[in-house]
Design a protein around this ligand. Sequence first.
Ligand code: TXA
Ligand code: MG
Length: 313
Amino acid sequence: MTRVNLHEAAKQLGQGAVIGVPTETVYGLAASLDQPNAIENIFHLKKRPLNNPLIIHLAKAADVQPFIKHDLPHLTELMAQFWPGPLTLILPVKETLIPPIPRAHLPTAGFRVPCHPLTQALLELTGPLVMPSANLSGRPSSTLPSHLEEDFGLNFPVLDGGPCAHGLESTILYYDQAQWVIIRQGALTPEDFKTCLGYPPEVRINQKSQAPLCPGQMYRHYAPKTLLHPLSPQDASYRGTVLGFAGRSYPLFCRFVNLGDLKNPHSIAENLYTHLRKLDEELLPEALVDMNFPATGLLATIKERLEKAISKA
Ligand code: TXA
Ligand code: MG
């Protein structure tokens, strides 16, 4: 892997390169908002459908103001409380100021101010960067520099910020019919917003009947090549690999991969994509996953990621 330092990364981004960049959630594949060819290149590199928009990352909350078409209730409070941090806000934009490709021709765009110190320093140098997660479309996101090497090759330039602290993508909020709703679960839970909004936002994903609020959530996602199936009581004599949790009992002759302790969801989140990616390194054809855990707090995000990874469509 080609590691680039902060100044080299800023210089290359200014010249239209695409670079792997750390954030506190997952690694991103960055291009400057001013470089349309580089933005198109992101879609090619990821093999990402063009109707799946990208998030615009900014150095500070104040930088979002020029782009926004009109204010929304609680917007100032949300930005003040959660930025910098793992929250993406979908906002109505002045369409002349943001090229159509990153927002997939929508009248809105996703914005986030990351809190990783290296990302912040980079954004100060470069200005707005568009960054999807740094993985081939549909694969688990990257939470280590070596994950980018797996997906984009040994020579891909990466700004090394070490392991990502959260290990799960940002939570995405969208304003709909007088309330904020979560259109992608993430590192922040509905309860985290209760003080700010006065209510925990409803989680609204996978609505089959209407146009998708969050196009990226429609696809099979976060998935290794290894086929995953939920562990069931009929699997008592299974001899393959089982992804499960500390302190639980699993089929006697299986190989147990410990995703962590359900009492410490943060540590499960931090290593989740590394565990999923390791299955592919081992060229395992299939593995079972213990899905028998409550969808509460951060475990709800973890469960949703595993459900998407298991999903066949
Ligand atoms: O934590 C994160 O959010 C990471 C880091 C790198 O910041 N980024 C990330 O980007 O997860 P990506 O592209 O993998 O996921 C962005 C999601 C997609 O599902 C996309 O459909 C949705 O955000 N999105 C972006 N702009 C949108 C918009 N205007 N309306 C609805 N959904 C949008
Ligand atoms: Mg992604």
